[in-house]
Design a protein around this ligand. Structure first.
Ligand SMILES: *Cc1c(COP(=O)(O)O)cnc(C)c1O
Length: 503
């Protein structure tokens, strides 16, 4: 994009109400509508009644769309062009970390040897178990945790497992009376949901004026009823909790546990470890840190790591290495891998070992990058966030930040800023959260973007920053669908296709 980021084909503000719902008729008119496969013309050239071929080669007609391969390829290519994805351009959603997923991890997961039936006996899937064992080990080392389960299928599911493990630990120690989980008010919504679903009362912790945990407020909140404090570090403002060691001491002094929400691990990767800061239990968002696809409700992974004291409560089964010790001649034997149930396990939280192919991608990514690569990724994530922040005109009230920052749209509506950014060909940041920044634009460019791309993002921010409310309200004008009624789409999904004329 050139220095002038004004959209070349800017047809927004022509008096039409831009808040239309996805309007099929309009897209047909614009030539932008892509019919469903089932709407495509099914007529085809007739071969004639009598087949000249023998009976075993005559086929019954199947009621399927008759499409040639290029027609099919064009259909899906057109659909993919109607939406914005990580392969279209930068995707700076703060907290959600839309990290680029390298294609080689897909290749690894597509290897025929990765297609293992999960019911096969452990003796016949030693390679699978070794990969899982090594991934448990890698994640444990990266987080500074002693034991890891790979089963939970998402970050939020990992949180829930972590909190259930903490509960089982307290119960085992005769401390079932602990019924409170403390959470900073700037935390991700899943933290509150996790604690509530885990059966705890949520104690909300205000931030101090520089956006970090308020130690006095924490001291006041802690008691013999504290089961855990859930924190992410750097926090959702991208700020490092400098007092983390003191925080850990305060929590441990009352017998509570410290939970690390690993969604912000990108800033620490290969540089600092939650375990060393005093955290007892954490989840990893592999789709935010280790370049696996976001589940979108589909298969993901949210492994959970714990310190030794909590390991007996992890979900069953886990994988362990056995043997491999020296034999009588001092020769090191081949280790083998087996499944085992931790002594006081909370039980099973997912089929088999979790979402195996997601875990294969996680493993491949860590193995390819190695220690230097992981530390580089985190350095670039922090550098890119800081560079982008230095280039945009919106105010950024809190700092210094790490891999993400929260700008304020000020007098503008952050959600409208987001819609308008789409017209400049970039994806907007996360908006309106955390609420401690008014009209928040929570931005995380990730480590993979070039300076040119960051400049293009900054140009889009700055162009929108100068625009008036009418312009923003009419946006987006250049996307296939404009403002979709997301609430109705979620609440009243249309699960079967209705042809246009039925509408
Ligand atoms: C994304 C996120 C979560 C939840 O993870 P999911 O995999 O989306 O369930 C929890 N905490 C923070 C800070 C996050 O950014």
């Amino acid at each position: 994009m050139s220095d002038d980021p004004t959209p070349a084909d800017d047809t927004r503000a022509d008096g039409e109400d831009a808040r239309v719902r996805y309007d099929q008729a309009r897209y047909v008119e614009d030539g932008q509508y892509e019919p469903l496969l089932s709407e495509k013309d099914l007529t085809r050239v007739e071969v004639g009644e009598e087949s000249p071929l023998p009976d075993d080669l005559t086929r019954e007609d199947l009621e399927l769309p008759e499409l040639s391969e290029p027609e099919l390829a064009r259909h899906y290519t057109r659909l993919s062009q109607m939406t914005y994805g990580i392969d279209s351009g930068p995707y700076p959603l703060g907290s959600c970390t839309m990290k680029y997923n390298p294609k080689f991890t897909e290749d690894v997961a597509a290897l025929p040897t990765a297609a293992v039936h999960p019911d096969r006996s452990p003796g016949t899937i030693q390679g699978t178990l070794e990969l899982l064992y090594r991934l448990q080990d890698y994640l444990g080392r990266i987080g500074g945790m002693d034991a890891v389960t790979l089963q939970p299928p998402a970050g939020a599911a990992g949180e829930f497992v972590g909190i259930r493990v903490a509960a089982a630990y307290h119960e085992h120690n005769g401390e079932a009376h602990r019924d409170e989980v403390i959470i900073p008010e700037s935390a991700h919504g899943t933290n509150f949901a996790t604690a509530a679903l885990g059966g705890y009362d949520v104690v909300s912790l205000p931030s101090d004026e520089d956006g970090r945990v308020d130690l006095e407020a924490l001291e006041a909140a802690l008691s013999e009823n504290t089961a855990a404090l859930m924190l992410t570090n750097p926090n959702t403002l991208g700020l490092f909790e400098r007092d983390i060691e003191e925080i850990a001491e305060l929590v441990h002094d009352v017998g509570g546990l410290l939970y690390y929400d690993g969604a912000n691990l990108n800033a620490l990767l290969g540089r600092a470890r939650p375990g060393d800061m005093g955290f007892d239990v954490m989840h990893y968002n592999v789709h935010k840190t280790f370049a696996t696809p976001h589940g979108g409700g589909g298969p993901g992974a949210g492994p959970v790591g714990v310190v030794e004291e909590l390991a007996p409560f992890l979900p069953a089964p886990r994988v362990r290495e056995v043997g491999g010790s020296d034999d009588a001649d001092g020769e090191r034997g081949e280790p083998t891998y087996e499944l085992f149930d931790p002594d006081h396990t909370i039980g099973k939280v997912h089929g088999y070992q979790g979402n195996w192919l997601v875990l294969v991608k996680t493993f491949a990514y860590i193995a390819r990058l190695g220690d230097v690569g992981l530390a580089d990724a985190s350095a670039m994530a922090v550098l890119n966030a800081n560079y982008l922040a230095s280039q945009i005109d919106y105010e950024i009230p809190y700092g210094p930040f790490h891999h993400e920052f929260v700008a304020s749209a000020g007098e503008q509506d952050a959600a409208e800023v987001a819609k308008r950014m789409l017209d400049y060909g970039v994806h907007p940041p996360t908006t309106k959260w955390p609420e401690i920044v008014p009209e928040a634009l929570m931005t995380e460019p990730t480590e993979v973007e070039s300076k040119a791309t960051l400049d293009r993002l900054a140009a889009a921010f700055d162009a929108v920053a100068t625009e008036d409310a009418d312009t923003l309200e009419a946006a987006p004008g250049r996307t296939t669908a404009r403002r979709i009624d997301q609430t109705s789409a979620a609440r009243n999904p249309r699960l079967s296709w209705q042809a246009l004329e039925d509408d």
